[in-house]
Design a protein around this ligand. Structure first.
Ligand SMILES: [Zn+2]
Ligand SMILES: [Zn+2]
Length: 274
C-alpha cells in the first residue's frame, strides 16, 4: 500500500496524460467535440473530494481496523490465494454497493455526482461524490473484514478497482471481443452511464461484469452507439459545489414536501425519481 501511495504523483500524471491524449483523439481524429468546461468541472469535483478524502479514509480505516480483531477466519496478507479470494469478494461487494447506490435515494445522493457528466470522457471518471461517509455505503464492505480479509487488502483492491474504472470512461475504445464476457469494458460502462430508459440501472460491476450477467442486470451497448449520457434530471452547472450537492438538495426538498412518514421514508430510502 505504501508503494501505491508513494507512486501516486506518477499515477496522477499518467492519468492526466491519458486524458490529454483522449482530448486530441476526440477533437483532431474523431471530430466529436470536447466540453472543456465540463472536464475542468470534473477535475474541480475531484479536487474537492481530495480535501475530504483524509476524513473519509480516516473514519473508514478506523472502523475496519476496529473490526479486524473480531474476524471469524483471519486470513494472511501475504498469501496469494487470499488475494484471489479477496478480489472476487471485493468485486461481489462492489457490485451490490454500486447497485444499491442506484436504487436507494440516500446512497444515490452521493453517487449521482458521478453520473452528472453528459459527455463520457476520462475526466468524468474522477467526478466522484464527496459525501460517501454520510451515505454510508462503505459499511457494506464491513462483512469482508468480519469474514477475515485484512483491511489493507480490501483497501488496495478497491483502489485497484477505481483505477481500472478510470479507463472505462471513454468513447475512444470500441468493443474488446472475448474480454467483454468477463470484464467490465468501456462499452459496458458507456451503457451504465446512459440516461436512455432501457439502459437505466445496468452494468454495475467494477473490474468484472460477471455479477451483472449472473444477477440479470447486464445490458449491452447498442450497436452503433447513440446513447445519451448523464442524469435523467440533468445538472447543467459546471460549479463543482453545485454538482457535488445538487442531488442532496433535491432529496432535502422532497423530504420537506412530504406530509406523511411513508412519503418521508420514500424520499430518503425510496428509488431515485420513483
Ligand atoms: Zn453508477
Ligand atoms: Zn462511471
Amino acid at each position: 500500500m505504501s508503494e501505491f501511495i508513494s507512486h501516486r504523483p506518477g499515477i496522477i500524471l499518467a492519468l492526466l496524460l491519458l486524458a490529454l491524449a483522449e482530448f486530441f483523439w476526440r477533437t483532431r481524429i474523431a471530430r466529436k467535440g470536447y466540453d472543456v468546461r465540463a472536464s475542468l468541472a470534473s477535475l474541480g469535483v475531484a479536487a474537492g473530494g481530495a480535501l475530504i478524502k483524509p476524513l473519509t479514509a480516516g473514519v473508514t480505516a478506523s472502523v475496519f481496523l476496529w473490526l479486524q480483531p473480531y474476524a471469524l477466519f483471519p486470513m494472511a496478507l501475504g498469501d496469494w490465494r487470499v488475494w484471489m479470494a479477496g478480489f472476487i469478494a471485493v468485486e461481489f461487494t462492489y457490485y451490490w454497493f454500486h447497485r444499491w447506490s442506484h436504487l436507494i435515494n440516500w446512497l444515490w445522493a452521493s453517487h449521482a455526482v458521478h453520473h452528472s457528466a453528459t459527455e463520457l470522457t476520462l475526466p468524468a471518471a474522477v467526478r466522484l461524490g464527496w459525501t460517501g461517509l454520510i451515505s454510508g455505503g462503505w459499511l457494506l464492505f464491513a462483512p469482508l473484514i468480519i469474514i477475515g480479509f485484512p483491511p489493507l487488502m480490501v483497501a488496495v483492491l478497491l483502489a485497484g478497482n477505481l483505477l481500472f474504472q478510470y479507463g472505462l470512461h471513454t468513447e475512444a475504445i470500441g468493443r474488446l471481443g472475448i474480454l467483454e464476457h468477463i470484464f467490465n469494458t468501456p462499452s459496458h460502462h458507456r451503457a451504465h452511464h446512459a440516461s436512455d430508459t432501457a439502459w437505466l440501472d445496468c452494468n454495475f460491476g467494477g473490474v468484472l461484469i460477471v455479477f451483472d450477467r449472473m444477477f440479470g442486470t447486464f445490458v449491452p451497448e447498442p450497436a452503433g452507439g447513440g446513447l445519451h449520457y448523464g442524469l435523467v434530471k440533468p445538472i447543467t452547472s459546471n460549479n463543482p459545489l453545485r454538482i457535488a450537492l445538487q442531488t442532496w438538495l433535491d432529496l432535502a426538498t422532497s423530504f420537506g414536501r412530504a406530509t406523511t412518514w411513508r412519503e418521508r421514508g420514500k424520499a430518503l430510502f425510496g428509488r431515485p425519481s420513483a
